[in-house]
Design a protein around this ligand. Structure first.
Ligand code: NOJ
Length: 756
């Protein structure tokens, strides 16, 4: 009884002490700030890329010497691309032991889908629709990165993207703001955990603020011009979700938005982010994005760029060296305010305190820890779990899959079949080249079948780019096709492993064609001539055009770039040791001409529904292609089958403060255990601003044994019906709503209700 009474009191004490520690940090920051010179303050706002091997002798190039001196003088707040305990320690030592105040550096790195051990690319992970798994992936990545001395990742990228031409769709969660928001929050939680000062967590970054995913025509870095409706209803929600999840930093973006480069966008950074959303972390620019405002024709010169960026709300300058060179002058001239500088520095120092770097600047630097954790079994195993769940079964006719385990002749063909590099995808920044398990290797582990192999078309070295050797798919040599045909002819089943090489998607990798690069299509069609039993296994970082494939091939497996244990996951699925349950996070178009393409489009005044004979030509449609995608958002098959009942509503009307339940019963009607993702969509039939034909508003993954049924229930309340209207307000309007529950965005299982 006494204990019982004490519990609320103890809880109160805990809350109090947390508050204390929070204001404790604020106090420490304030105190430190008061001791800093203007120069030292500006130094905190300066971020350098790693510029020499800090474990060796001091650098001797002119620029490097300046940077080196700046580190020693406490004029570098942060560094990126310095990694590994020894390197990080060398830089940290330089800063802490030489500078007047000994302020530690915060070390950032692009931990996008793993550090050294590679998880599936973010788009692939998103296909799992499994928030626990996605959070776990970020958590493991943070653990490995933190053991390498890192404090901060430039992830998650939460840009909504509707255009598969844009190479960076691989880094995000796809096209939907609801799914995107939940995934964004899960990733932030995974990276940061509940205690930033723990050895296993790192600070995370929501990027790219904002609307980078809407780069015109899918060309990277291109201009963005979207209205308030799309900005607030589609682009911003995932960013807001990261703030609610406690994200520590934001990165702005290369693009301009409605005429203002994001780096200088006051409305985004000062009004919305730091104002309306009360974000108290700091904003880092993207690489050189201050300087790029000159190219945009927005800043006259470097100094002007600094003025615009600081006034716009950018706190830290990544690799433009503009703050360090010009802020003092700008302050003297009254172009920026000391309060803006103080605020930026306060935000940066705060994150450093929270990481525990002031308690011990070397706290993350333990060679033993690094050795034990890097590439550990725990992390590697986790990549397989995520990879299994990331695979989407797009087609499986006549149950050609799963494969029989014995007495089969299996031909494994394609340039990516034995490739150990491409499955790592882009942004596998610290991974070793060729460290993935290939499909061929993994398939050979199943000893009951006879495997033959031919590349058909080769991978070739192209240009050494970035951190890694870059390879492309051969575009001149077809000689291998003949041999591939020979082994295909002789096989019971042909596995064609085709798609994009690892660096074909990602930053700077926009495409106008979304077909299989090189001679892969020819290889496929030649193979098909001699054997129709083809399973197409796709490795790619974006939606591709698969019309021929869908029309002709019995089975298609979307395997993205799945990371270190890619081949293992693919063979698990091909042999049925794992029953795939992934769902597409992006629509797969029928034609590049349909782009941008997304399920939550607006109806027009001339709605052009596929298959509808409108009786005239004046409808919103194409003469030469359907409007719909080939594979819709939310789509994916399983080796078992499911039935979903009609929707039952607890009531067909409700008003403010109330809610109703919408439920369906889901049954596994097949012979094996499987997972279905039950999705709830809502359409506001009539509103003061036009609304999408439907929007995802809930989902649940259900695992069912054969014959098993479960009820899936969604709560529909006012909050789910909210939208940003023409008066720039979030509102819920009374009226009739359609509700859909099914297993893809094209479900027709629907009913309606009234909100009064
Ligand atoms: C540029 C990219 O746009 C950004 O996402 C990344 O974090 C930085 N480079 C640093 O590598």
């Amino acid at each position: 009884e006494i204990m019982k009474n004490l519990i609320p009191f103890i809880a109160y004490l805990i809350v109090l002490s947390c508050q204390n520690s929070k204001s404790d940090v604020d106090l420490k920051v304030k105190n430190l700030l008061s001791q800093m010179t203007l120069e030292e303050k500006i130094g905190q706002m300066n971020q350098y890329n790693g510029f020499y091997d800090a474990t060796g002798p001091a650098p001797d190039g002119e620029d490097q010497k300046i940077k080196y001196e700046n580190v020693k003088n406490g004029l570098v707040g942060s560094m990126l691309n310095v990694r590994g305990v020894d390197e990080v320690r060398a830089f940290q030592k330089l800063a802490v032991e030489n500078s007047r105040l000994g302020i530690p550096i915060i070390f950032g790195f692009d931990v996008i889908h793993g550090y050294k051990t590679v998880f599936p690319i973010p788009l692939a992970e998103s296909a799992s629709w499994d928030l626990d798994i996605i959070e776990m992936s970020a958590k493991m990545s943070a653990k490995e990165a933190s053991a390498a001395g890192l404090n901060w990742t430039f992830a998650p990228m939460v840009d909504i993207s509707r255009d598969a031409r844009w190479g960076r769709v691989m880094e995000g969660a796809g096209e939907d703001p609801y799914l995107g928001s939940l995934i964004a929050a899960a990733r932030v939680k995974g990276f940061q955990g509940s205690d930033l000062s723990s050895y296993e967590t790192i600070a995370s970054t929501a990027k790219h603020f904002a609307a980078y995913g809407f780069s015109e025509s899918g060309r990277d870095y291109n201009t963005v011009d979207i209205g308030m409706n799309t900005l607030h209803n589609i682009v911003l929600p995932p960013f807001k979700a990261t703030v609610d999840a406690g994200v520590k930093t934001f990165m702005n973006s290369f693009n301009d938005l409605n005429g203002i480069p994001a780096t200088a966008d006051k409305y985004l950074q000062r009004e919305i982010l730091k104002g309306d959303w009360n974000f108290d972390g700091f904003v880092v620019s993207d690489w050189g994005s201050l300087r790029e405002m000159i190219d945009h024709g927005f800043a006259r010169d470097r100094k002007h760029a600094g003025e615009l960026a600081l006034n716009g709300g950018s706190d830290m300058d990544m690799e433009s060296y503009i703050y360090i060179d010009h802020i003092k002058e700008l302050l003297d001239e009254g172009k920026v305010k000391i309060s803006q500088i103080d605020d930026a520095v306060r935000r940066i120092l705060k994150v450093k305190y929270e990481l525990g770097l002031f308690d011990d600047p070397y706290k993350y630097l333990d060679n033993e820890r690094e050795k034990n954790i890097t590439g550990s079994k725990e992390i590697l195993d986790a990549t397989l779990e995520v990879a299994n769940h990331s695979i989407v079964l797009l087609k499986n006719e006549g149950n050609i899959l799963p494969l029989k385990k014995n007495d089969q002749k299996i031909a494994i063909i394609g340039p990516l079949a034995d490739d150990k590099n491409s499955p790592l995808g882009n942004w596998r920044t610290a991974a070793e080249n060729n460290s993935a398990v290939s499909v061929l290797e993994a398939m050979r582990e199943y000893k009951g079948n006879k495997i033959s192999h031919a590349k058909g078309v080769k991978l070739v070295n192209k240009i050494p780019a970035g951190f890694h050797e870059e390879v492309s798919i051969n575009e001149t040599d077809k000689t291998g096709i003949l041999n591939a045909k020979k082994i295909a002819k002789d096989a019971d089943v042909v596995i064609m492993v085709l798609g994009e090489y690892g660096f074909q998607s990602g930053e700077g990798r926009s495409r106008t064609n979304l077909d299989l690069p090189g001679f892969q299509q020819e290889l496929l069609e030649e193979g098909y001539k001699v054997n129709k039993n083809i399973v197409l296994v796709l490795m790619n970082g974006r939606p591709l055009i698969l019309n021929w494939h869908n029309e002709n091939l019995p089975a298609i497996v979307e395997a993205w770039h799945l990371g270190s244990l890619s081949g293992t996951a693919i063979s698990n699925v091909l042999y049925g040791d794992f029953n795939p349950g992934g769902k597409l996070p992006m629509s797969f178009p029928r034609s590049v001409g349909q782009l941008p393409l997304y399920y939550n489009y607006k109806s027009t005044g001339r709605p052009g529904a596929d298959g509808e004979d409108a009786g005239s030509v004046f409808w919103s449609h194409y003469q030469d292609e359907l409007n719909s995608p080939l594979y819709p958002f939310g789509y994916g098959l399983s080796y078992t089958t499911f039935s979903i009942s009609e929707i039952s509503l607890s009531s067909d009307e409700f008003s403010n403060g109330e809610s109703i339940n919408a439920s369906v019963s889901v049954s596994n009607t097949g012979n094996i255990k499987g997972r279905e993702v039950i999705q709830l969509y809502i359409q506001d039939k009539f509103a003061s601003a036009t609304r999408p034909v439907r929007e995802l508003k809930g989902f649940e993954t259900v695992d069912l044994e054969p014959g098993e049924s479960k009820t899936v229930e969604f709560i529909i309340n006012e909050k789910l019906l909210e939208f940003y209207n023409g008066d720039n307000k979030w509102v819920t309007e009374p009226g009739e709503f359609n509700v859909f529950i099914g297993n893809s965005s094209q479900t027709t299982n629907s009913t309606s209700f009234n909100f009064r």
